[in-house]
Write a protein that binds this ligand. Sequence first.
Ligand code: FEO
Length: 170
Amino acid sequence: MAVSPTVQDAFNRHINAEFYSSYLYLSMATYCESIDLPGFAHWMRIQSREEYAHAMRLIGYIEDRDGRITLLPIAQPPIEFASVEDVMQQTLSHEQHVSTLINRLYAVAADAGDVASQVTLQWFVNEQVEEEKTARDVIAALSMVAGRSDALLLLDREMGARTPSAPTAA
Ligand code: FEO
């Protein structure tokens, strides 16, 4: 069954939010490079690519449902941040915002009686739980570092060891 125009439009708006997330984390990566934290920059570049993959996964889904994709303009992300702690706090706030958007999208699908969309979105609901947890864990690690440059160097190395997660079926 083809996706309804209401659900299709809501997905198109959310695809834009995922592309914005990719843009935001890429901007954070360049900021982290600028303050000589290459490990955090690496971590943010992987995060950026994962957000791009989320958008592509949703595009694939809407195409499978015989829907039409509308690529909306991507807003400019912030360029400057106060510190790496600020970067991670903004990451957590952003992920909490995206969780709200996913919940709203899920509600649109539920109101339309669109079971396939609800099932597709369950993966995103779980992903948001993981992403919020990861951001909180990094914030906790940064608070333990508490400005000690030797400890920050070690944490940066640890962030630099992040490997991309295995691609998931779109
Ligand atoms: Fe794709 Fe971090 O939300």
